[in-house]
Design a protein around this ligand. Sequence first.
Ligand SMILES: Nc1ncnc2c1ncn2[C@@H]1O[C@H](COP(=O)(O)OP(=O)(O)O)[C@@H](O)[C@H]1O
Ligand SMILES: [Mg+2]
Length: 296
Amino acid sequence: MSNSLLITETEKILNKSIKSIESPLQGADSSVLICSLDDSSEIVLKYGEEVHKDLAVINILNESAYKKIPKVLGDFVLEEKTCLITDKATGTLWEFCDNPDVYIEEVLVEIEKIHQVTSKYPGQPFYIDQGLKITWIDFLNRRYDGTEEYYKWNNVLKNQRVNTQLLKKGLEIVRSGIKSVSVPQTFSMLHMDLNDRNIFIDEQTKEITCVIDWTDSVFGDRLLDLARFRLLLTHFYPDSINTYWQFNKFAHEEKKLEEFYFLCICLDYVIWYSEGEDWDYLERHEEILSEVIREY
Ligand SMILES: Nc1ncnc2c1ncn2[C@@H]1O[C@H](COP(=O)(O)OP(=O)(O)O)[C@@H](O)[C@H]1O
Ligand SMILES: [Mg+2]
């Protein structure tokens, strides 16, 4: 897919012309273009197979009290994939802040605010909108029994790079533990990919200005999102892990559940890194996984 079709369609929708384009560092699932317009403003195009999910979530957040999201300027479908046009976030990407460690508490506060957006139903907003309802337990089951498209455990278990014994053990614990998971009364908006490339910060005021990349977001148990964030800290910000525990004073049962979700998320990341070339990252996640499994 050449960018020129995206550009032509965007120019038509905005009724402005695009002067120049930049591609940021990004995840693997979509293409993102930062475009300067003839009126010197900047916009962002995100195009890919999953981008309709970003749009469904942003539409929900637009109706909520949570406002630190990109402003949607338009959207269209080309070759069966959605292109989302938004404004460009202000501030600095967390990754590029002078001292990223100092913002962890701000990010934790922000996560709490996102979790205040709730739904009666769990799952991906795009599917909920289509009337495809699912229980929280089935949502988890589908991930770890391999029904969900991305979670092809049998393929991962054939990957020579992966510690098969460890992964099998982890899967066993998770699969048998899901049925005893206590289900929350209401489901929170979970971002599910809160990393330092998805958050913008004003370094002067220390305020978070924008949270982007809502592709993986689902309604669910807030503890799953927190466990996901703890794994990010464990890997990239290990010196700040205490900030997490001090901020989240979990009751005993909550802590146990967060630890169970942490194990689930470790498994997710073994898949993620088994598909890439960051073998150090795969090894590190297997190490973390084996530490967690030892507790069981
Ligand atoms: N609204 C935005 N404003 C500024 N930069 C953005 C915006 N959206 C995306 N980007 C840049 O593009 C990168 C990838 O976009 P993202 O939505 O996170 O896609 P991916 O799913 O590929 O990670 C981000 O890390 C950020 O650098
Ligand atoms: Mg991203």
